[in-house]
Design a protein around this ligand. Structure first.
Ligand SMILES: Cc1cc2nc3c(=O)[nH]c(=O)nc-3n(C[C@H](O)[C@H](O)[C@H](O)COP(=O)(O)OP(=O)(O)OC[C@H]3O[C@@H](n4cnc5c(N)ncnc54)[C@H](O)[C@@H]3O)c2cc1C
Ligand code: FES
Length: 277
């Protein structure tokens, strides 16, 4: 009888295409060498392995159902991510996973859905937005509030336009620093929450970005009246094993590789209230 595959063994995936999204961020399209597509839930991550360098937890930012290609959007911040974004087409990388919890966007069916993203945080949210768009009629008002550092750091511009123009999503983008040519909003994404048009009592809110931004966004959404169990954050921690064994990702009683990365605010709020978190 065949056993379950060893979660510590990377599966080979070949890089088919690399796209530069911004000055430091790239999207890789990867194809399974054995032809078996990776099945995952929106919000999950894999441990992506650059052979000879190391591995890092990277969210799945999309997939192509036709080709089975998996997409990862990666910001180059250190040795592993530098090796990953430099991988030319034909390079073989390793994938362990998928691991962790998902956004479960379908639990928002019948109500309003608010996505709040900061920087590269739009990448882990993208599969949830694509899942929603595929069944757009099942949801009521949908908003994407997105903050980037500068206009040049805005990710997935084509998606943002299509979600707004073709799928009736209210997309509000703001930047921390706008130059002369920028005609859009300047300011923090968390400030958009207070006056955004949604029915908080019936809303599902999904938040991903730097931890300080999520802290303020969660507070603002909570102040609007979004229920803590309908407000979910994607928490990033150092991860090694990805399967609840090593303790690297521990946040109090949570092992974020298995209890997260997506965690409800009902569980996180008491932990976030402690100053040292
Ligand atoms: C569940 C999860 C999903 C993630 N998804 C993505 C993704 O889709 N795209 C992406 O680009 N990155 C993602 N990350 C972050 C990514 O794993 C780290 O940037 C990466 O591990 C850095 O490795 P490195 O060797 O390149 O850099 P290192 O040399 O390890 O680190 C370089 C710098 O980045 C900081 N850093 C390392 N890890 C993190 C982290 N988790 N959060 C914030 N700062 C960190 C370090 O403190 C250091 O200052 C995710 C992390 C987690 C836990
Ligand atoms: S990464 Fe090892 S326990 Fe979570």
């Amino acid at each position: 009888m065949l056993g379950r595959p060893d979660p510590m063994l990377p599966r080979p995936f070949v890089v088919r295409r690399t796209r530069q999204d911004t000055r430091d961020t790239y999207t890789l399209e990867l194809e399974p060498v054995d032809g078996e597509p990776l099945s995952y839930r929106a919000g999950q991550f894999t441990m992506l392995h650059a052979f000879g360098v190391g591995e890092a937890p990277i969210s799945i930012s999309g997939h192509d159902a036709r080709t089975g290609r998996l997409e990862h959007t990666i910001r180059n911040v250190g040795s592993v991510t530098a090796a990953l974004v430099a991988a030319a087409p034909g390079t073989v990388l390793g994938e362990r996973g998928p691991f962790g919890t998902g956004w479960e966007v379908s639990s928002g069916i019948g109500g309003d859905v608010v996505f709040v993203a900061g920087g590269i945080g739009l990448a882990p949210l993208r599969p949830a937005i694509l899942e929603l768009v595929a069944r757009r009629a099942d949801y009521d008002r949908v908003l994407l509030l997105y903050g980037a550092r500068t206009p040049e750091d805005i990710l997935f511009g084509d998606n943002l336009r299509s979600w707004a123009e073709r799928h009736g999503i209210v997309v509000e983008v703001t930047v921390d620093n706008g130059q002369h040519a920028w005609r859009g909003r300047v300011g923090l994404v968390t400030q958009l929450v207070a006056r955004a048009g949604f029915d908080a009592v019936r809303a599902l809110a999904l938040v991903c970005g730097p931890e300080v931004m999520m802290r303020y966004a969660a507070q603002a959404l909570s102040d609007r009246g979004v229920r803590p169990d309908r407000l979910r954050l994607s928490m990033e921690r150092n991860m090694k094993c990805g399967v609840g064994l090593c303790g690297h990702c521990q946040l109090r009683e949570l092992f974020l590789c298995v209890d997260g990365p997506v965690v409800g605010y009902d569980r996180l709020a008491p932990l976030m209230a402690r100053a040292e978190l």
